[in-house]
Design a protein around this ligand. Structure first.
Ligand code: IMP
Length: 432
């Protein structure tokens, strides 16, 4: 029995969905533990693309149990739409293969209005959120005014909680954000039917996962976003509102740290970022445009163009420590094919100092210039390579150098979006 966490080491969009999908073939249970429908995983099966925002990617596999943890925030309308989309495509989504924690917080219409209203008010200083109400929902969780799934599925409790909070929300929306307000009757009309659909899926997932552990089943914990969007460890305030790091696989589900046996860090072979915030290795030239185009770097959730740059190992090393990585999965290596020279940032120059650790103060980070190491590129198409030894020598050297700089073994290399375009050097589930 092995329980593995998969997280992003950069600013999200590292291609976790595909690797989770591949690893899910081994796991019995696949669990999301944070974030919400700000995330988006594109999975390609038999040439057909699926985008999932909330349901763990494991759903595409028959006989897997998928779980949405208490650390996730869920927009019930979006979840139901996603379930329906999968069902319409012949994928089974039933109360026995999709569970939602009783403690998961519900995204309400006012959360979305507040998210949009605040971004609008900030103007040029906006964060570039996904506008899905994620931050305002986590905010209510922490200030103890949130509505959980156990409240949603009890109409009496739901109505009571809603009517208590609406006064305040409408006051804030109308008078501070100059936004439209929400109406209790319309929310009830929309949300009570959601509760009916989702009630059979709601359970105590801590008990469920514990039973799976006791039965000797393998569990995969699927992170969303990336380490540098973490509320504590990311480029604050240009971060999301949850802990995206591996430690949250425990808090966000109700299991203990002793149940985690490995942490795989997803590393895109270059770096991307959506939304605002510092990005030391960002490219503002034709190479950046080429990577963006070739890598189809558009957000799966908002469709925004992702900012692109060279691989930054200061960032990835930071993630290796914070998450306690036991292995790396390098994705989109094929996108770099054809570039004559590749650059990897190994440190930052800050005024007179050479920094090897990722700074917390944005002012410092914004003034950092990456110190690059140059490596020769390769021209061959690598999208059909199945064995690491068949990669061009320079591609192997690039991977090896990442492994050295991050001091973590590379376990998986992805050379294209399909399930088969995956080279497994070391199976994360193999603990021998
Ligand atoms: P929020 O999570 O919608 O509040 O957005 C906060 C920041 O996190 C913004 O910069 C978003 O672009 C970024 N973000 C949120 N989710 C993702 C993701 O799944 N991938 C990449 N960036 C994300």
């Amino acid at each position: 029995m092995s329980n593995i966490v998969v997280i992003g080491t950069q600013w999200g969009d590292e291609g976790k969905g595909k690797v989770v999908d591949v690893l899910a073939t081994k796991a019995h249970v696949v669990v999301r533990f944070q974030g919400g429908n700000n995330a988006g995983h594109t999975m390609v099966v038999d040439g057909k693309a699926f985008i999932s925002h909330l349901i763990p990617s494991g759903i595409l596999h028959k006989d897997k149990v998928c779980v949405i943890g208490n650390g996730v925030v869920v927009d019930p309308g979006v979840l139901i739409q996603e379930m329906k989309h999968l069902q319409d495509n012949g994928i089974s989504v039933e109360p026995h293969n999709l569970y939602i924690s009783e403690n998961t917080h519900v995204i309400m219409p006012y959360h979305k209005l507040i998210d949009h209203g605040r971004e609008r008010m900030k103007g040029d200083r906006k964060l570039g959120t996904t506008g899905r109400g994620i931050g305002p929902c986590y905010e209510d969780k922490v200030t103890r005014r949130g509505i959980r799934f156990c409240d949603l599925i009890d109409p009496e409790v739901f109505e009571e909680k809603l009517s208590l909070i609406l006064h305040e929300k409408n006051f804030y929306l109308k008078n501070f954000l100059k936004s439209k307000t929400v109406d209790e009757a319309s929310i009830l009309e929309e949300y009570l039917p959601y509760a009916e659909v989702l009630r059979p899926h709601v359970t105590n997932i801590s008990v469920l996962i514990d039973q799976a552990v006791k039965a000797g089943h393998d569990i995969l914990f699927e992170g969303a976003q990336g380490t540098h969007l973490d509320i504590d460890h990311g480029t604050y305030p240009f971060v999301t509102s949850s802990n995206t790091v591996a430690g949250n696989a425990c808090c966000g589900t109700g299991i203990g740290p002793t149940q985690i046996h490995g942490v795989v860090g997803m590393v895109k072979a270059y770096t991307t970022r959506v939304g605002r915030g510092p990005f030391p290795t960002e490219l503002h030239d034709e190479i950046g445009d080429l990577i963006q185009e070739r890598g189809a770097e558009f957000g799966a959730t908002t469709g925004r163009r992702r900012r692109c740059g060279w691989l930054d190992t200061v960032l990835v090393r930071n993630a290796a420590r914070i998450n306690g990585l036991t292995g790396l999965a390098i994705t989109k290596l094929d996108v770099l094919s054809g570039l004559k020279t590749l650059k990897i940032a190994t440190a930052y120059q800050y005024k007179q100092d050479r920094l090897t650790e990722f700074p917390s103060a944005l002012k410092v980070l914004e003034a950092c210039e990456p110190i690059y190491e140059e490596l020769p590129g390769w021209s061959d198409d690598i999208t059909a390579v199945q064995d690491v030894d068949d990669l061009p020598e320079n591609a192997r050297a690039y991977v090896k150098r990442v492994e050295e700089l991050v001091e973590t073994p590379v376990q998986i290399i992805s050379v294209g979006p399909g399930r088969k375009q995956t080279i497994v050097l070391q199976d994360p589930y193999d603990r021998s």
